[in-house]
Ligand binder design. Structure first.
Ligand code: DAH
Length: 348
């Protein structure tokens, strides 16, 4: 054996001796430490034991056997310590909570949220409840009389056309038509049929219209109807409540206007617009209609046996989608009906 061979063999033996104490003494108190230990000694590419095994050919023949045995003993010790440490660590984890790592950050559970329409509907209803209005509801499947006739719609009014209204049973000489209500106003009639003044109700609900679907109209939507009938109710009362409502919803400084309009069941009638600021527009904003209203037509009261000389009333009706779209900056009504979670979760 040459001198240089002898030297290499000695160096390998010395390295092994040094390793043995490290193998025995390295602290294995975490999964990470065990992993590092395994890599350090046994990894195929850079493991220190693997390295020594590769050096066996350098050792003189007469020492090969004992050198090899020593390496194997060292390797066996590494494996034993890894196994022991792994077992000890996993039983500690189990005692402290069934293998659950309590130091991990919590996982967020997805929660549902109210649909923006429901939120707007509840908000609006609450505002009027605070002013003493009771909440009433009515059927979505209505008869022609409640939806139209009792509300003073003349027989040839265009809304009575199949083009605009979903009829379930077409009206005939023999009987009244059955339809999906086109507004919440028929509930005014149902309330006045059952109660005597003073009446102060708010009616949230779903309505249907046979309209071409586009970014601004859908075949179903929601309305909130209001009705107040008592002695001495005036247009000033109506303006006051609408103003208070608009301030609650759109802020103390909301700019609004009453614009003369026409509805068969109110006289006089008005539509209410609010000024919607939008810097992209040449005027810095535009008027947006938010509701229709007016003084209950005496014909309607008389039709229900309410003395229109003694009692007067105001009524109003608003579309919820439109108000929700304004409030939340939504520019296409259809998105409200797609139930896309990416849209809905923005309202939680
Ligand atoms: N029913 C009307 C519509 O659907 C809205 C409306 C206007 C309701 C005036 C009212 C009212 O109570 O007084 O377009």
């Amino acid at each position: 054996m040459s001198d240089s061979n002898q030297n290499t063999a000695d160096a390998a033996l010395a390295a092994l001796k040094e390793l043995k104490s490290e193998i025995a003494e390295t602290v294995l108190d975490s999964i990470q430490a065990v992993d590092d230990y395994r890599i350090r000694f046994l990894s195929r590419k850079q493991g220190q034991i693997t390295d020594l095994l590769k050096r066996i050919p350098e050792v003189a023949n007469e020492h090969k056997k004992s050198f090899g045995q020593e390496i194997n003993t060292a390797k066996a010790l590494v494996e034993k310590r890894i196994e022991e440490a792994t077992q000890r660590l996993s039983s500690v984890a189990e005692e402290s909570g069934g293998g659950v790592d309590l130091t991990l950050p919590g996982r967020i559970q997805p929660t549902g949220s109210l649909h923006p329409i429901t939120q707007a509907l509840r908000l609006i209803t609450r505002v009027f409840e605070n002013y003493g209005f009771d909440v009433e509801e009515g059927p979505e499947i209505e008869d022609d009389w409640h939806n139209f006739s009792a509300l003073n719609f003349p027989p040839d009014h265009p809304a009575r056309d199949m083009q605009d209204t979903f009829f379930i049973e077409a009206p005939s000489k023999a009987h009244d038509g059955i339809l999906l209500r086109t507004h919440t106003s028929p509930v005014q009639i149902r309330v006045m049929e059952n109660k005597k003044p003073p009446i102060r109700v708010i009616v949230p609900g779903r309505v249907y219209r046979n309209e071409a679907i586009s970014y601004k109209s859908y075949c179903l939507f929601h309305q909130v109807e209001g009705l107040y009938v008592d002695e001495g109710v005036t247009m000033a009362d109506l303006k006051q409540i609408i103003q208070a409502f608009a301030r609650t919803l759109f802020g103390e400084n909301v700019k609004m206007r009453f614009r003369p309009s026409f509805f068969p069941f109110t006289e006089p009638s008005a539509e209410v617009d609010i000024w919607w600021e939008d810097e992209a527009l040449p005027d810095g904003g535009r008027w947006m209609e938010i509701l229709g209203c007016g003084m209950v037509d005496p014909n309607v009261l008389e039709g229900l046996g309410i003395d229109s000389e003694k009692y007067t009333g105001y009524a109003f009706g608003m579309g919820i989608e439109r108000i929700a779209m304004l409030r939340y900056g939504i520019d296409d009504i259809r998105i409200l009906y797609e139930n896309d979670v990416r849209f809905l979760e923005q309202f939680s």
